[in-house]
Design a protein around this ligand. Structure first.
Ligand code: UTP
Length: 279
C-alpha cells in the first residue's frame, strides 16, 4: 500500500515576501506549528511514514525541524514545557525523512520529478504544505484519498468548488460525475481565465499519483508561466488511463497568501490551540 509522501517545498513563496526571503514558506507558523508539520501529521494519520521533501536553497530549516534538538530537549526535560514537543517527537519516532534539492525552480511538475529517486516505482501521495487541510468531523483529507485509492488504483486529485472568478489561480478539471463527490477526469486546464474554465472544480494541494506520472512529466514541455506543470502530465494520464478527482470532506486554507493564512490561524487558534490540541 501507499507508504510514501512527497512534499515539494522548493518554491520561492513570492506571495509572502518579505517573510519568505530567508525562511521557507513551509516554516511559517500557523499559531504555534509550522505549516509543514500540519502536512506531515496528516500524512502520518493516513499511514504514510516515508516522508520525502524536495527542498531548495535557503530551506535548511526544514531539515532541522525534523530532527532532535539535544540542547533544547535537555533544557526542558522534566519541566511542563516538554508537552510542546510531543507532536514533533511522534513524527520523528514514526516517520523517516529524506531530502533532495531542486536546483532550478521549474515548476511543480519538475519538483515532483526531482523527487523520483526518493519515490521509486510505487504509488505515492503529494502534499503542498501551504494548503492546510483539516477535517474536524472525521478522517483527514489524505486518509480519505488513500481509502479511495484502494478502490480505484489510479491517480487521484483533491478538488474543491471555487468562485468562478478565481479559476485563474488553479488547475481546473472537467469530468464525468460517478458519485456525488467523485469525477472521472476528462480534461484539465492550468489557471484558465474564468471564460475559458471547463468548470469551477479546482485542484488543491493533495494528490495520489501512480509512478507512471514520472515518465509523463519527463515528456511534458514547459507550459503556463514557462513552468513544467503537473496538470499537463495528469491530463496525459487521464487520456491514457484514468485520473479521479475527489471533492474532499473538510476545510482547506490557502496559506500561500495572507488571507488564507489569517483564516487558518484563527481557525487553528479556536479549534486546536484553545482546546489544548495544538501540540
Ligand atoms: P506555488 O505555486 O505556491 O509557488 O507552488 P511558490 O513559489 O511556493 O509560491 P508563490 O506563488 O511564489 O507565492 C506550489 C507548490 O509547489 C512547490 C512550492 O514549494 C509549493 O509547495 N514548488 C513550486 C516547488 O517545489 N518547485 C517549483 O519550482 C515550484
Amino acid at each position: 500500500m501507499i507508504k510514501k509522501c512527497l512534499f515539494p517545498a522548493a518554491g520561492y513563496g513570492t506571495r509572502f515576501l518579505p517573510a519568505t526571503k530567508a525562511m521557507p514558506k513551509e516554516m511559517l507558523p500557523v499559531v504555534n506549528k509550522p505549516l509543514i508539520q500540519y502536512g506531515v501529521e496528516e500524512a502520518l494519520d493516513a499511514g504514510l511514514t516515508e516522508i520525502s521533501i524536495v527542498t531548495g536553497r535557503g530551506k535548511r530549516a526544514l531539515e532541522d525541524h525534523f530532527d532532535i534538538s539535544y540542547e533544547l530537549e535537555n533544557q526542558i526535560k522534566g519541566t511542563d514545557k516538554e508537552k510542546y514537543l510531543v507532536g514533533i517527537r511522534k513524527l520523528l519516532d514514526n516517520c523517516s525523512f529524506s531530502y533532495t534539492r531542486q536546483t532550478e525552480m521549474k515548476g511543480l511538475g519538475h519538483a515532483i520529478l526531482t523527487g523520483r529517486p526518493l519515490i521509486g516505482d510505487e504509488p505515492f501521495a503529494v502534499v503542498l504544505a501551504d494548503d492546510l487541510c483539516v477535517n474536524l468531523e472525521g478522517d483527514g483529507v489524505l486518509t480519505q484519498m488513500v481509502k479511495l485509492y484502494k478502490q480505484f488504483r489510479c491517480s487521484i486529485v483533491a478538488i474543491q468548488e471555487v468562485d468562478p472568478q478565481e479559476t485563474n489561480k488553479y488547475g481546473v478539471i472537467a469530468g464525468e460525475m460517478i458519485r456525488d463527490d467523485i469525477y472521472r477526469v476528462h480534461s484539465m486546464v492550468e489557471k484558465p481565465k474564468p471564460e475559458d474554465a471547463p468548470s469551477n472544480l479546482a485542484i488543491i494541494g493533495r494528490y495520489i499519483l501512480t509512478p507512471d506520472i514520472f515518465d509523463l512529466i519527463e515528456q511534458t514541455e514547459p507550459g503556463k508561466g514557462g513552468e513544467i506543470q503537473i496538470t499537463d502530465a495528469l491530463m496525459k494520464q487521464a487520456q491514457n488511463g484514468c485520473v479521479m478527482a475527489y471533492k474532499f470532506k473538510g476545510k482547506r486554507f490557502d496559506c500561500g497568501g495572507a488571507e488564507g493564512y489569517i483564516d487558518a490561524t484563527n481557525f487553528c487558534f479556536e479549534n486546536f490551540y484553545k482546546t489544548g490540541k495544538a501540540y
